[in-house]
Design a protein around this ligand. Structure first.
Ligand code: GLN
Length: 191
C-alpha cells in the first residue's frame, strides 16, 4: 500500500520512516501527479501558513480536496490538523477546510512551552503513548460527525471524522508506531 506524505515543508522524513515500520510504502508528495499514485495522505507538522501557501501555489490544494471528497484517507498532525480544519480561531484564512473542526493555533504557547504527555488512546493502543506537543493547536469546537479520540485537560487533541484523522501532537517523533498502524488500517479499509 502506498501512503503519501505532503513534502512541501515540515517534518516529512519521520513520517516516511514510520510508514515503512507500519508496513506501508511512504511516498513524498510535491505535486498533483504524485498524489494520483497514493491511496492515503499524511499532512505533516511544520508551519501551516507556509505549507498552506505552497499548497495553493502548487495546485495540490485542489487535488487533495478532490481526492479527500472521493474518500481518500487523510491524517493531519499538528500543522497538518490546522490545514484540515474548516475554521481557524481568530483567523480569516482556511486551507483545505475538509474537516468539521475549529482549531486554535499555538494554543499551548510558544516553542518553550512544548511538552510530552503520556495517555492511553483507547481506539489506537491499549498502553499509554507518548504525545509530543510542539507549538501545538487544539480542537475547540467540532461538528456532529466528528468523534474525539483523546481529550487532554478538557481539550480535544485527537479526532476522527470518517476517513479523516487529526492529531495535535506528533506520533512520528516517538518510537511508537501505533498511530501510523491505525492510519494504515484506515487506508486499507477504504480500498
Ligand atoms: N504552530 C504551528 C502552526 O501554527 C504548528 C506547529 C507544528 O506543526 N509543530 O502551523
Amino acid at each position: 500500500m502506498r501512503v503519501g506524505v505532503l513534502a512541501l515543508q515540515g517534518g516529512v522524513a519521520e513520517h516516511l520512516s514510520m510508514l515503512e515500520r507500519a508496513g506501508a510504502r511512504g511516498i513524498p508528495i510535491r505535486n498533483a501527479s504524485q498524489l494520483a499514485e497514493v491511496e492515503g495522505l499524511i499532512l505533516p507538522g511544520g508551519e501551516s501558513t507556509a505549507i498552506g501557501r505552497l499548497l495553493h501555489r502548487s495546485g495540490l490544494a485542489e487535488a487533495i480536496i478532490q481526492r479527500a471528497r472521493g474518500g481518500m484517507p487523510v491524517w493531519g498532525t499538528c500543522a497538518g490538523m490546522i490545514l484540515l480544519a474548516r475554521e481557524i480561531a481568530g483567523e480569516e484564512v482556511r486551507h483545505l477546510g475538509l474537516m468539521d473542526i475549529r482549531v486554535r493555533r499555538n494554543a499551548y504557547g510558544g516553542q518553550l512551552e512544548s511538552f510530552i504527555a503520556h495517555r492511553v488512546v483507547p481506539e489506537v493502543a491499549q498502553a499509554p503513548l507518548p504525545l509530543v506537543f510542539i507549538r501545538a493547536p487544539y480542537i475547540e469546537a467540532m461538528g456532529p460527525g466528528v468523534r474525539p479520540l483523546l481529550d487532554l485537560e478538557g481539550k480535544t487533541v485527537a479526532a476522527r471524522q470518517e476517513h479523516l484523522l487529526a492529531t495535535a501532537f506528533h506520533p512520528e517523533l516517538t518510537d511508537r508506531v501505533e498511530f501510523h498502524r491505525y492510519f494504515v488500517q484506515m487506508v486499507s479499509a477504504q480500498e
